[in-house]
Design a protein around this ligand. Structure first.
Ligand SMILES: Nc1ncnc2c1ncn2[C@@H]1O[C@H](COP(=O)(O)OP(=O)(O)OP(=O)(O)O)[C@@H](O)[C@H]1O
Length: 546
């Protein structure tokens, strides 16, 4: 409350300080420029300017401080919520949208403030004070000024709409141009090798031209808006002077001059407020989008249960799944996986293997049926650190190998993990061992090496259920052997469900589940299934031919 009062007080001081000048001018004119009034009037005017300047500076600092602190909190809360978000929702939300909410949307507010938006408050105060003083001087002269101001306001708002619409188109064309530039740069090797440079450049030229034209179309209404302010000031000044000259309102010469000044002090903030309206709306939208993320209910519930220690039993009971409103892609899947069992999931492409893995890691919720881990329904469990998925192409952070494996744990443990997984030899081949930098998303490592880092990371997390999506390509035979050895150590004694794309991986599992068309159509040990009639025998013979 006290905070708000101080802010309002500073705004009034900043606004009123500027308006003292016309009053002192009136005093001097009405005294017939008597030397004894000029000195004090100048002193009062100068004092008012200093007070207004100081109040304005304090107000700006105060508002900027408060807003930036709030924005920092918004960013932090938003990121926490993004981390706490249910995996299924996180997967459905485009990552670009989440990133935008925490960066460019929040930046809109800062841009607005730095672009003078913070003077919104001072200008509003100035507008208010100028209106009151004008009406106190003479309502007969104040009234036409207010009527003209209302007409100007309507015209400005109409222009502002046009400006906003044209800027909207310009922003869309600019982002299309940015996408075209990004594609052209990232896809340069493809464009070069396919000899399609001419076509790619033509496409880019069109995007650049369109963005330029759209930006140019925003200029006429912007200029019209600026001119409108000048026309309004001139018209009102003439109205006040004519009114004053004909004695309307019975004003003294000094008061008429002061009124002329006040007209300027009135129209300028009006113009500023209307012009900033669009940016203020943008900033507000940005704020709202970030706020929406920061206040998303957390998916982590305080009454979530912990998994009992030790290897996990997995049970799916008549589970079906679909993506959004689409058709069912898993139908009535029922299976029980023993604690510590290694199960390989195989099947033709599109048969539902990854969908089943997504259900186990809650990146998708079943549309029917229940999945339990060690007897507890999955949606009642907190599984962080206990259930870990190793994807085909794991995400690596831009840092060292050690940083990517550790993610917070002490260094000693990292070395032990590499020893345990038999990866010392591989580490020795790297230029800086554990301190080798992996680059953005691990681009400086090969696909196989990224898998090794992910396996070490998983081993350090020490999970009880490992869901593994076996990498299908990009791994050379030598690295593959190292990966397989590390995998054997990692999965020992842990329940493991791996989506297998190769014969070796399927043959090494305790049991194979064969998916087809969203159903489990075969289940058993590899030697039994190979000789049994069914799709598995076909898959195996296809693998052998490869
Ligand atoms: N995000 C998604 N949105 C909509 N449909 C999807 C999505 N992901 C998968 N599907 C559909 O679900 C079905 C099962 O796909 P899934 O990825 O589970 O198959 P898969 O057996 O893992 O295939 P692959 O071996 O090619 O990875 C397919 O018809 C696929 O088109």
């Amino acid at each position: 409350m006290l905070n708000r009062t101080t802010t309002a007080l500073l705004a009034l001081l900043a606004g009123a300080g500027r308006i003292i000048a016309p009053l002192t001018v009136q005093h001097v004119v009405d005294s017939g420029f008597a030397p004894r009034t000029v000195g004090p009037a100048v002193a009062v005017g100068a004092g008012a300017v200093v007070v207004a300047g100081t109040a304005s500076m304090l107000l700006n600092r105060r508002l900027q401080d408060q807003v930036e602190t709030a924005l920092a909190r918004l960013r932090r809360d938003g990121l926490r919520r993004a981390h706490d978000m249910a995996a299924s929702r996180f997967d459905r939300t485009p990552s670009a949208d989440l990133v935008a909410r925490l960066t460019s949307d929040v930046d809109q507010v800062t841009t607005f403030l730095q672009g003078g938006g913070i003077q919104f408050v001072t200008n509003a105060a100035q507008l208010l004070i100028a209106t009151v003083i004008m009406c106190v001087y003479s309502w007969q002269l104040g009234l036409p000024v207010l009527v003209l101001a209302a007409l100007t306001l309507v015209a400005m708002l109409v222009l502002q709409r046009v400006i906003a619409r044209r800027f909207g188109v310009a922003r869309r064309d600019l982002s299309r141009m940015q996408s075209a530039v990004t594609e052209s740069v990232l896809g340069a090797p493809v464009i070069r090798s396919t000899g399609t440079g001419e076509r790619a450049r033509a496409k880019l030229d069109t995007a650049v031209d369109r963005a330029r034209d759209s930006l140019l179309r925003t200029l006429p209404p912007l200029h019209a808006n600026a001119s409108l302010g000048e026309v309004a000031i001139s018209t009102m000044t003439v109205a006040v002077l004519l009114g004053g000259a004909y004695g309307i309102g019975g004003l003294s010469a000094g008061q008429v001059v002061a009124m002329v000044f006040l007209v300027t002090f009135f129209v300028r903030p009006l113009q500023f407020l209307v012009q900033s309206l669009g940016e203020a709306q943008n900033a507000l939208t940005g704020w709202r989008r970030a706020h929406e993320l920061a206040t998303t209910p957390s998916a982590v519930r305080p009454d979530d249960l912990e998994l009992p220690p030790g290897p996990v039993e997995v049970c799916a009971d008549r589970v079906s799944a679909r993506y959004g409103d689409g058709p069912l892609v898993l139908h009535d899947v029922s299976v029980r996986i023993e604690p510590g069992e290694h199960v390989a999931i195989v099947g033709p492409t599109g048969s539902g293997k990854s969908t089943f893995a997504k259900l186990l890691t809650r990146r998708l919720e079943p549309s029917a049926g229940v999945i339990t881990l060690s007897g507890i329904p999955l949606d009642r469990l907190t599984t962080a650190g206990r259930v870990v998925i190793v994807p085909q192409d794991p995400f690596l952070f831009d840092g060292t190998i050690s940083h990517n494996v550790r993610l917070g744990a002490p260094d000693g443990d990292v070395e032990r993990v590499f020893d345990d997984l038999g990866l010392r030899g591989w580490l020795a081949t790297l230029p800086d061992g554990l301190d080798t930098r992996v680059g953005l998303r691990g681009e400086r490592l090969s696909a196989g090496e990224r898998q090794l880092v992910a396996l070490a990371r998983t081993a350090l997390a020490d999970p009880d259920l490992v869901v593994l999506d076996e990498a299908t390509s990009g791994i050379d035979p030598a690295t593959d052997m190292v990966v397989q050895r590390a995998l054997a150590v990692l999965t020992k004694g842990r329940t493991t469900i791996s989506i297998a794309h190769r014969l070796n991986a399927a043959a090494a599992a305790d049991r194979v589940l064969v998916f087809d068309n969203g159903r489990i159509v075969q289940s058993g040990e590899h030697p039994d299934l190979v000789n049994a009639p069914g799709p598995y025998a076909g898959l195996v013979s296809a693998w052998r031919q490869q």
